[in-house]
Each structure stands twice: as structure tokens, then as C-alpha cells.
Design a protein around this ligand. Structure first.
Ligand code: 13P
Length: 252
């Protein structure tokens, strides 16, 4: 991890969590985090939207932030079942994930859609966590860096800066599978992302680039030690404070 970029350790709960147990887990995480006046990293939980306001309340005045997992490009309107970035902000969110591979696959979101969503997050005053990552077929076809270039170049909106945007590299084949790329592979992709960011914005050196995909307590330190890895986006291992805390500790 770098001296100049404050790490972000983020949990993406995906479609998991009912109120009672989720509140307990958040309370536990917040009470561990409160023991540090100023932890050396930002800590984030992106719960299902139904829990956002309540979890934000639990985390108030603590180092833990909450965020959304997706948003619509528009601020309001006839979009049944969708959530506007402004609604997430209104519920206490500080961040919003956009372009997660599960959204790209399950909902057919392409780079243009993701870019509009990142723009919406910015418009609402949220930090957009823009996800990119190659499939197994793309990796095996030696297309990883091309896919990443395309996603970074076309998913980031014009006004993206290091203050309103985080990039998360999540190889699709590593999500929920227990498989991770080697540190050397991660290093190569993160260096490539930073190079691509350099073509798009002036403060590319300050943008946080997270790694995501089967991060757990046992591999977090090794992954976080890789050059240009500025934190983690964690799925399964963020669902309980007990599993998430050892990962958070690598940033503290
Ligand atoms: P896992 O940590 O469960 O592999 O999920 C990663 C992810 O998709 C986070 O957004």
C-alpha cells in the first residue's frame, strides 16, 4: 500500500442480510473500529439498501462509512425498483459501487451505463467505486489488459477525480470462487489501471485502486502489500465482523 493514498477496506454485502443479524454485525464492527481514534484506512460497508439508514445510524461518529451497491443514472422518475444516488445519499451513504460484474452480467450493464451511474453518484455527492475485471475466457485468451483498458476508459465519467472516484479491480473468475490471481498478476493489472487513469485525469497518482475477489483474512496482507493496491473490496468475508476485521487490520 502507498504512503500517499489512504487505503479503503470495503465490504460488499450483496443481497445478504436481514435487520437483526446485520445490525449485530455492524455494531461489532463499529465497536472494534472505535478503538482507533484515527485508523490509517477508510472502512466501508455497502449493505442492501433496506439496511442503509439503520446501519448509517449505528456507524455515526465512527470511522465506519456506509455505501450503496448500485444506483440509477437519473435523480428521480418512473423507474420501478430502482434507487437514485440522491436516495442513497439521503439514507446516509458516502459511496456507491457501480459496474460490479454481477450488475454487468445479471442486468446487462455496459460501460456506457456504468459511466452514467458513476456520473449520477458524483452528482449526488457520493464517491463512485467503479468496478472492472476480466472473465476467465478473457484472461485465458490473453485479453485481460485490453478488457481493463476498455472498461477504465469507457466507464469513468469526465469529472472523475481522486476525491470522487475509486477503481476496484475484480477479476470475475476470482469472485466467490476462492481463487485469486498471483500477486504478480495483480501488480501488472493495477499498474496498467494506473497508467490508463493517467490518460484520463490529472491526479491519477492519487486515485485509490482496490483489489476484489476472494479476499479473506488469510490472503489480505499479501494482496495489500502489492504495489498500487490501495485496499480491498470484499464480498463473502465482509458479512461478519469476525471475518472482516482481520482484513480491515491490514489497512490500519
Ligand atoms: P468475494 O469476496 O465473495 O469473492 O466477492 C468479491 C466481490 O464481488 C466484492 O464486490
Amino acid at each position: 500500500m502507498s504512503e500517499t493514498r489512504r487505503p479503503l477496506i470495503a465490504g460488499n454485502w450483496k443481497m445478504n442480510g436481514l435487520a437483526d443479524e446485520s445490525l449485530r454485525q455492524m455494531q461489532e464492527l463499529v465497536s472494534r473500529a472505535r478503538k482507533f481514534d484515527n485508523p490509517g484506512c477508510d472502512i466501508l460497508i455497502c449493505p442492501p439498501t433496506t439496511l442503509l439508514r439503520e446501519l448509517a445510524r449505528v456507524a455515526v461518529d465512527s470511522p465506519v462509512r456506509v455505501g450503496g451497491q448500485d444506483c440509477h443514472a437519473n435523480a428521480s422518475g418512473a423507474h420501478t425498483g430502482d434507487i437514485a444516488a440522491e436516495m442513497l445519499k439521503d439514507s446516509g451513504a458516502r459511496y456507491c459501487i457501480v459496474g460490479h460484474s454481477e450488475r454487468r452480467t445479471d442486468h446487462g450493464e455496459d460501460n456506457t451505463t456504468v459511466k452514467a451511474k458513476a456520473e449520477a453518484a458524483h452528482r449526488a455527492g457520493l464517491i463512485a467505486i467503479v468496478c472492472v475485471g476480466e472473465t476467465l475466457a478473457e484472461r485465458e485468451g490473453d485479453k485481460t489488459l485490453d478488457v481493463i483498458s476498455d472498461q477504465v476508459t469507457n466507464s469513468l465519467p469526465k469529472g472523475a477525480t481522486s476525491s470522487n472516484t475509486v477503481v476496484a479491480y475484480e477479476p470475475v473468475w476470482a469472485i466467490g470462487t476462492g481463487k485469486t490471481p498471483t500477486p504478480l498478476d495483480v501488480k501488472a493489472v493495477h499498474a496498467h489501471i494506473r497508467e490508463e487513469l493517467g490518460k484520463l485525469m490529472n491526479d491519477a497518482a492519487k486515485v485509490r485502486v482496490l483489489y476484489g475477489g476472494s479476499v479473506k483474512g488469510s490472503n489480505a496482507a499479501e494482496l495489500m502489500a502489492v504495489e498500487n493496491v490501495d485496499g480491498a473490496l470484499v464480498g463473502g468475508a465482509s458479512l461478519t465482523a469476525e471475518d472482516f476485521w482481520p482484513i480491515v487490520k491490514t489497512g490500519i
